[in-house]
Ligand binder design. Structure first.
Ligand code: GMT
Length: 373
């Protein structure tokens, strides 16, 4: 099959999922065309079966806001025609779903498109009155709509009030890439032999509450010898660095910036902190679990669909850094319990969210729209 994929190419969950879908499809012999404004961050260079098409947005003195959505629609239609695409799969509704709808109309309605909703495109941006009517219209016009958790499906119905099937296809992880690493040299770069290694991975936006990571770590560090890796970057980084200084743990927290391949780092991590205000799914928790790192996350959104409290991770109330530190300490102080939970975390990731089964769900959805390739 020939599939066009559009997403935000930046450090964010929806772009990561879209890129991983593209790479998994290409490995299975499908031809994948990314239509985005920059090369997706997780896209490995020269991946066979993948072509990247850049969307160029020209400006003009009259434009206060260059019309990206229109440039994208034109590019989508052009690529679809030239590459004879069977369908478009867009991730994050705003504005990708609207552009796909236009591209499809430009081609006489012969180009099916799928909208996959990821979270803030429904709960925050999608619910904004400036975007809601057009987003709802484009979603309703999508031949197929998917979302990444049952929780998000409820939100879609509540926010958009749409009367269409919204299929839940959960996020996934490839257990051959995301796995516990026996790389003592890498681990030794970040933690001593008697220290535990914690990590946080996100785009450091306010919704991620990264200051809670630092606060949790400041409570934990005097009780458990440990280090914290902050992977990613974004608006709250400097505030987090300041809190780390104030709480006297700056020398134990390392800010690594945006890493392309996070699997190796997660593979040497013991525990992941995910104190988000909201997560429709919590891809970082899943990737950590596949690597055998125990997630300590907040009980919000779709996270309870991923993490089972006390079995393969912990769920605590939003903002309760004491509960987060207590949960972390309980498992990090007991090697037997840590081992048990690491094994359970990987088992959950592979058995419920393995890439093989989830990619099959997408392919069968594609086939239902265009027939087997
Ligand atoms: O929150 C982010 O990291 C960005 C955002 C996005 O769309 O890029 O993530 C959303 O999609 C991810 C992938 O499906 C989910 O794992 C995140 O939970 C979701 N974020 C929120 O709902 C806040």
């Amino acid at each position: 099959m020939r599939v066009g994929i559009t997403c935000y190419p930046t450090y964010g969950g929806s772009g990561v999922v879209a890129t991983e879908i593209g790479m998994e499809l290409a490995q299975r012999g499908h031809e994948v065309h990314f239509v985005t404004y920059a090369n997706p961050i997780r896209l490995a260079d020269d991946t066979p079966g993948i072509v990247y098409h850049e969307v160029e947005v020209s400006s003009y003195p009259l434009f206060q806001y260059p019309p990206y959505s229109l440039a994208l629609a034109s590019r989508m239609a052009g690529v679809a025609k030239d590459a004879k695409l069977d369908l478009l799969h867009v991730h994050y509704a705003i504005p990708h779903s609207v552009s796909a709808m236009l591209a499809s109309q430009m081609l006489g309605g012969r180009l099916p498109f799928i909208t996959t909703l990821h979270g803030t495109d429904v709960t925050l941006v999608g619910a904004d009155p400036s975007y809601l009517p057009i987003t709802r219209f484009a979603i309703e016009s999508s031949p197929a709509i998917t979302c990444i958790s049952a929780h998000l499906r409820e939100q879609v119905v509540e926010v958009f009030g749409i009367d269409r099937e919204v299929r839940v296809i959960p996020n996934f992880v490839n257990g051959d890439i995301y796995r516990p690493a026996s790389d003592p040299a890498l681990r030794a770069r970040y933690a001593g032999p008697d220290e535990m290694l914690l990590a946080h991975l996100s785009n450091f936006r306010p919704v991620k509450r990264i200051l809670d990571c630092i606060e949790t770590f400041a409570l934990l560090a005097p009780r458990v010898p440990s280090r914290l890796l902050m992977i990613g970057d974004g608006p709250d980084r400097q505030a987090a660095e300041r809190v780390a200084v104030k709480r006297g743990v700056r020398n134990r927290v390392q800010f690594l910036g945006k890493w392309k391949g996070v699997a190796s780092l997660l593979g040497v991590t013991d525990l992941l902190l995910l104190p988000s205000q909201m997560e429709s799914f919590g891809l970082a928790a899943l990737e950590a679990m596949a690597c055998g790192a125990v997630p300590v996350a907040t009980r919000v959104g779709g996270l309870p669909e991923v993490v089972t409290h006390g079995h393969d991770g912990f769920l605590v109330p939003v903002g309760d850094t004491r509960a987060m530190a207590r949960a972390a300490e309980s498992v990090l102080r007991s090697p037997a319990r840590l081992h048990e939970m690491r094994v359970a975390a990987r088992q959950t990731a592979l058995s419920r969210f393995g890439s093989e089964a989830v990619i099959r769900m997408y392919v069968s959805l594609y086939e239902s729209l265009v027939g087997p390739g």
